[in-house]
Design a protein around this ligand. Structure first.
Ligand SMILES: Nc1ncnc2c1ncn2[C@@H]1O[C@H](COP(=O)(O)OP(=O)(O)O)[C@@H](O)[C@H]1O
Ligand SMILES: [Mg+2]
Length: 386
C-alpha cells in the first residue's frame, strides 16, 4: 500500500514470530489492530511476549537480562520477527541472536541487515507500562532519566547515537581521571576529552529539556483529567540533581561553571561528578515533591498520566501513536481509570496488548477485543473476538 493511503491509519504489529525466545519454542500469531488481551496464570510467558515486542521496537530488552539469557534454555539462538503496518506501509523486522565462537546479533529491516540499532528505531514504536514503573516516582534518578531517554531515542535515533557517544566519552574521561589521580599526569589529554564531554552533554541536556517542555504540559493535562482537575502535576529538569534548567537558560555557561566547580574534586575522586548521567527529573504535585509527599494512589495516577502523555508525545513527534503494552497493570486501576484508558485506546485507535492473571471484565463496546490464553509459552486464540 502506498504511503499516501496509509496516512491516518494506525501503526500496529500485525504478526509476531518467535523462535526459542525465553519460554517460547515457536510462536506465530496474528494480532488485532486494537485490543489484545493475554491472560494466564503466573510464569506462563505473558511478560516475555511483551518483552519481545518491546525488543523489536528498541533493539534490546527492558528487563535486567543480557541477550544471552533470552535464549530458551539449552538452545543456541533466538529470533524475533514482526510484521508491522505503519505510515510507510508494511515493514518487517527481524532480530537473530546466536551463540558461537563470538556471540552475534543480527537485525534486519525489510530483509536488509542493518549495522546500527539506531536504524531499527522508529519502525515500531512502543510505550510500555509495567508494575515496576510504579517505582518511577520513588526510584533512583536513573529510572526517571530512562523514561526520557527511551522515549526520545525511539522518535529521534540521532539522540540515541549521541547517548552512545556520550557513554563512550564518559568512560574514557573516567579512565583518564583515575589515571591522573594515580600518576599525576594526563592533564592535556583531559582537556581534549572535556571538549567532547561538554559538547555531548550540551546536546543531550538540551534535547531532554526540549522534550520535557512538551511532555510536562501533556502529563499535567492527563493528571487533571484523571483527578477531575484537582491535581497539578509538573515535571522539571534537574541538572546535577539540584539545579532546575529551562530552555531559556544559557546552558553552555552552566556547563562550563560545573566543569570548573568540580575540576579539583573529579581528579581527587578519579571519576566524573557531573553530566547528563547524573541529572534527574523533579516531579511535583500541586507544588510539592511527589516523591516525598505523595500517597501511593497519587504515585499510581501520576505514572498513568505520564504513560498516557507519552502516547501523545510519540504521536506529535512521529505522526503515529505507538503500540501500548500494559503488563499486569490493569488490575491495579479502579473502574473509572480503566474506562478512561480504554476510551483513549478506542478513540485514538491505539493498538494495545494487555496481560492479566484475572479475567477482566471490560465494559466497552465498539472496540475489537481479541483474547488469548497463554499456557507455558503457547498462545491459544479465543474464538469470537470479544
Ligand atoms: N531463557 C529462558 N528459557 C526458558 N524459559 C525461560 C527463560 N527465561 C525465562 N523463562 C521462563 O519464563 C517464565 C516467566 O515468564 P513471564 O513471561 O515472566 O511470566 P508471566 O506470564 O508471569 O508474565 C518462567 O517460567 C521462566 O522460568
Ligand atoms: Mg509477568
Amino acid at each position: 500500500m502506498s504511503g499516501h493511503s496509509r496516512r491516518g491509519s494506525p501503526l500496529y504489529l500485525e504478526r509476531l514470530g518467535l523462535t526459542n525466545y525465553r519460554n517460547y519454542e515457536t510462536l506465530n500469531e496474528d494480532f488485532s489492530a486494537q485490543l489484545n488481551i493475554l491472560s494466564g496464570p503466573n510464569a506462563q510467558g505473558k511478560t516475555n511476549l511483551l518483552e519481545a515486542i518491546y525488543y523489536l521496537a528498541t533493539g534490546k530488552t527492558y528487563r535486567p537480562a543480557r541477550d544471552l539469557q533470552l535464549i530458551r534454555w539449552n538452545h543456541q539462538a533466538f529470533s524475533i520477527q514482526g510484521k508491522i503496518r505503519n505510515k510507510q506501509g508494511y515493514v518487517t523486522l527481524e532480530v537473530l541472536y546466536k551463540i558461537g565462537e563470538q556471540n552475534s546479533k543480527e537485525i534486519k529491516v525489510n530483509g536488509l541487515k542493518i549495522y546500527k540499532t539506531s536504524e531499527l528505531l522508529g519502525n515500531l514504536t512502543a510505550v510500555l507500562f509495567a508494575p515496576e514503573d510504579l517505582n518511577i516516582i520513588k526510584g533512583s534518578p536513573l529510572e526517571r532519566r530512562k523514561i526520557l531517554d527511551n522515549d526520545i531515542s525511539q522518535v529521534s535515533p540521532g539522540y540515541f547515537l549521541k547517548l552512545q557517544q556520550y557513554n563512550r566519552v564518559l568512560n574514557q574521561r573516567n579512565y583518564l581521571l583515575k589515571k591522573i589521580r594515580e600518576r599525576g599526569k594526563g592533564f592535556d589529554e583531559l582537556e581534549i576529552w572535556n571538549e567532547q564531554f561538554l559538547e555531548l552533554s550540551e546536546s543531550i541536556i538540551l534535547k531532554r529539556i526540549n522534550v520535557l517542555e512538551k511532555l510536562s504540559p501533556l502529563t499535567r493535562l492527563m493528571q487533571r483529567k484523571l483527578t477531575n482537575g484537582q491535581e497539578n502535576l509538573e515535571i522539571r529538569y534537574l541538572f546535577s540533581r539540584q539545579k532546575e534548567l529551562k530552555l531559556n537558560h544559557d546552558l553552555k555557561k552552566v556547563l562550563l561553571e560545573e566543569l570548573e566547580k568540580y575540576r579539583g574534586e573529579e581528579i581527587k575522586k578519579g571519576i566524573s561528578l557531573w553530566g547528563p548521567h547524573r541529572d534527574d527529573l523533579l516531579i511535583s504535585l500541586n507544588g510539592n515533591d511527589l516523591k516525598v509527599y505523595g500517597s501511593q494512589g497519587q504515585h499510581r495516577t501520576a505514572v498513568l498520566a505520564l504513560k498516557l502523555s507519552e502516547l501523545e508525545f510519540f504521536k506529535a513527534e512521529s505522526g503515529e501513536f505507538p503500540v501500548l503494552l500494559l503488563d499486569d497493570v490493569l488490575s491495579e486501576l479502579d473502574q473509572e481509570r480503566r474506562g478512561f484508558l480504554l476510551n483513549i485506546i478506542k478513540e485514538k485507535k491505539i493498538q494495545c496488548f494487555i496481560t492479566t492473571t484475572e479475567d477482566i471484565a471490560l465494559e466497552n463496546d465498539r472496540i475489537t477485543i481479541q483474547k488469548f490464553l497463554i499456557r507455558q509459552g503457547t498462545l491459544i486464540k479465543c474464538r469470537g473476538g470479544k
